[in-house]
Ligand binder design. Structure first.
Ligand code: SF4
Length: 232
């Protein structure tokens, strides 16, 4: 579906506001190479970036390249990443992914989305993070939980499926905006447009946001007042 002129104008306004609100943006994950970012992004599923940054300090020292992960003892790797949650699945994906990197790509992270998404456990979100942030390649728009939620509230998509949301955003945004737009939306989600209590009154997008799905008057649970006791 091609985005309407109105949808593109709406998107352009949002881009301008986000740029003004967050002029400098960067990925919150610490890394020194595309491989480190790939591993950190795998670990960041269902985990905070702060926790991942703590875990990777030792992890990156212990496993300096794809070969080290490819031949890692599964139990040791699981222990090293345990606190990021879902550690069994993450360890399996890291090992499988790095085995393929070693076998088919000389231990290097490929620079195109089709090859990246063929690696075990690597979906479009992880591939877009790595390509955009480590290589500066606009392969698509990163759709994480923040981008998905805020795009819907802003009326940029009606979908819940990340692949469909990404298609809507790609349609509405110029390619040169794809990478920074996602970084800014993620920052906005963390600071202002939170899942449970968005701070609409303090939001730089408030006059352009239709607030789709946002309760205008959140109902607080009423406290039951205790009847005064009449017993003497
Ligand atoms: S106005 Fe509210 S719902 Fe819309 S982007 Fe801002 S915080 Fe989120």
């Amino acid at each position: 579906m091609v985005a309407s002129a109105d949808a593109k104008r709406h998107a352009a306004r949002i881009v301008r506001r986000l740029k003004a609100a967050y002029p400098e943006v960067r990925c919150a994950l610490n890394f020194n190479s595309p491989l480190e970012l790939l591993i950190a992004t795998i670990l960041s599923a269902q985990c905070t970036d702060t926790r991942v940054n703590i875990v990777v300090k030792d992890l990156f020292r212990k496993y300096p390249d794809a070969g080290a992960y490819a031949t890692a003892q599964r139990a040791q790797l699981e222990r090293a990443i345990h606190s990021t949650g879902f550690f069994r699945n993450k360890a399996k994906n890291i090992t499988g992914c790095c085995q393929k990197l070693v076998a088919e790509h000389g231990g290097h992270v490929p620079r195109d989305i089709d090859t990246l998404t063929k690696l075990p456990g690597i979906g479009r979100k992880t591939a877009n993070v790595v390509l955009g942030t480590a290589f500066g390649i606009s392969s698509g728009v990163v759709v994480d939980t923040h981008v998905a939620r805020i795009s819907k509230r802003l009326g940029m998509t009606r979908h819940t499926d990340p692949v469909k949301i990404e298609r809507d955003l790609i349609d509405q945004l110029p390619k040169r905006q794809w990478i920074d737009f996602a970084h800014r939306m993620i920052t906005h989600g963390r600071r202002v447009c939170a899942a449970r209590k968005p701070k609409c009154d303090d939001c730089s997008l408030s006059d352009v946001c239709p607030r789709i799905g946002v309760a205008t008057h959140p109902t607080k649970p009423r406290r039951r007042t205790k009847k005064p006791s009449t017993a003497r």
